[in-house]
Design a protein around this ligand. Structure first.
Ligand code: PLP
Length: 440
């Protein structure tokens, strides 16, 4: 492996300027906004973040899966500056602008939905999910929604209800939205099996909610916050079958899986199954707030005029960033790079699993990869303490890592897909060192 060429740790961590800012943050910022890493960003470029003390880290978090085309991508920065100089806001539903139409055209052509798609844009992922449910309800004239154990769909009332993890996302925040039902999500590592999960859905239809009351089944093609568990293709086909049988809208929440993370533009392309609606956010606009729902024309066009909207929906600057992101994907072969990067990281992870019994599982599609840490390979007792210690040890070595999983015992990869070879080598070297320090 290459010697360090990118990472530079010049101070103790946190450095003096970060320490000072942390003290001010503790006094000024509401404490539920839990800060995970004790470093303050000063600058970011490619796959690196430089903190206020001049330390340079490789970023495997990407602002939680937002920076697939890298920090400070020159085409994105140029597009943002150019648009901001022309105009920043009109509200598309008051005075429309061309970027909205162009992005809708380009994304509708890209999504794995045949027969013509239409798009609507919003700001955060949670808004996209809530609007997808609205659209499904209006189309089907039904109210119930089925979501899955381990699923994460956001933090506003309906999406928080659909989100499965209680701590920290839901505890004390009820009452929750009505008509949300939860089914198990199959996991090759911990179960249930695909047939058990599908059988449970059928049982739900008999005992909890009749299928003719269900507007939408909302699922992630690979669980994100829930621990990077890819959906089994047979399960996805089973969901499609159930939706077709009962007239239910199938919504693929691609907020985290989208924009090349799995080596395809949309993770649904791995399954040879078409969803009816796709929600997008995060990496669509390389860090500017933009989300959207793209879906079948008849569902998207069905509601009454004015049924969806919002002051900032599809902000022009965010749209300019998103159009530049699509250009970057085309011109820089980002999907090919994602596949190469994913294969390299997976190979390294499999080597770690051979070396350390505490690594119970390595999984994920493309570059959406995670390791799951356990105290015992037989019992699979989750080891969130070890995951936390590895993340701390990695930071000391200049690598920013992020947890995932309902037990908080997975470490996931959400690095820029455009990461350079030296950045990737450095990152894997730092991660390797952190594992050696904690697990042996
Ligand atoms: N859906 C999925 C699959 C997500 O991973 C997330 C965020 O992590 C959301 C929805 C919510 O997105 P946002 O945080 O932008 O509201």
């Amino acid at each position: 492996m290459a010697t360090t060429r990118v990472i530079e740790i010049k101070t103790e961590l946190p450095g003096p300027r970060s320490r000072e800012l942390l003290a001010r943050e503790a006094e000024a910022v509401a404490s539920p906004l839990q800060v995970h890493l004790p470093i303050f960003a000063a600058q970011a470029e490619g796959a690196t973040i430089t903190d206020v003390d001049g330390n340079v880290f490789v970023d495997f978090a990407g602002g939680v899966g937002v920076m697939n085309v890298g920090h400070g991508n020159p085409r994105v920065v140029e597009a943002v500056l150019e648009q901001a100089a022309r105009f920043i806001h009109t509200d598309f539903t008051v005075v429309p602008y061309p970027g909205y139409v162009e992005l809708a055209e380009r994304l509708s052509a890209l999504v794995p939905i045949s027969g013509g798609a239409r798009a609507a844009f919003f700001n955060a992922g949670t808004e996209a999910v809530e609007n997808a449910v609205k659209l499904a309800r209006l189309y089907t004239k039904r109210s119930a929604v089925i979501a899955f154990e381990g699923g994460f769909h956001g933090r506003t009332m309906l999406s928080m209800t659909m989100t499965s993890k209680t701590h920290p996302y839901k505890t004390g925040m009820g009452p929750f939205a009505p008509e949300v039902y939860r089914a198990p999500f199959p996991s090759a590592y911990r179960g249930p099996t695909v047939s058990e999960a599908l059988a449970q859905l059928e049982r739900m239809f008999g005992q909890h909610v009749s299928p003719e009351s269900v507007a939408a089944i909302v699922f992630e093609p690979q669980l994100g916050e829930g621990g990077f568990i890819p959906a089994d293709p047979e399960f996805v086909r089973g969901l499609r079958r159930l939706c077709d049988t009962h007239g239910i809208v199938l919504v693929a929440d691609e907020v985290q899986t989208g924009f090349g993370r799995t080596g395809r533009m949309f993770a649904m392309e791995h399954f040879d199954v078409e969803p009816d609606l796709i929600t997008i956010a995060k990496s669509v606009a390389a860090g500017l707030p933009l989300s959207g729902v793209i879906g079948r024309r008849q569902i998207m066009d069905h509601p009454h005029a004015g049924a969806i909207g919002g002051t900032y929906i599809g902000n022009p600057v965010a749209l300019a960033a998103a159009l530049a992101v699509l250009d970057v994907f085309e011109e820089d072969a980002v999907l090919e790079r994602a596949t190469v990067v994913g294969a390299q990281i997976r190979e390294q992870m499999l080597g770690w699993r051979d070396r350390y019994t505490q690594i119970g599982d390595v999984r994920g599609l493309g570059a959406m990869l995670a390791i799951e840490l356990v105290h015992d390979r037989e019992t699979k007792e989750p080891a969130p303490d070890l995951a936390g210690a590895v993340i701390d040890a990695a930071l000391e070595r200049g690598l920013i890592l992020l947890k995932a999983g309902v037990y908080g015992n997975c470490i996931r990869v959400l690095c820029p897909l455009t990461i350079s070879d030296p950045e990737l080598d450095d990152a894997l070297h730092a991660w390797d060192g952190a594992l050696a320090a904690v697990l042996t």
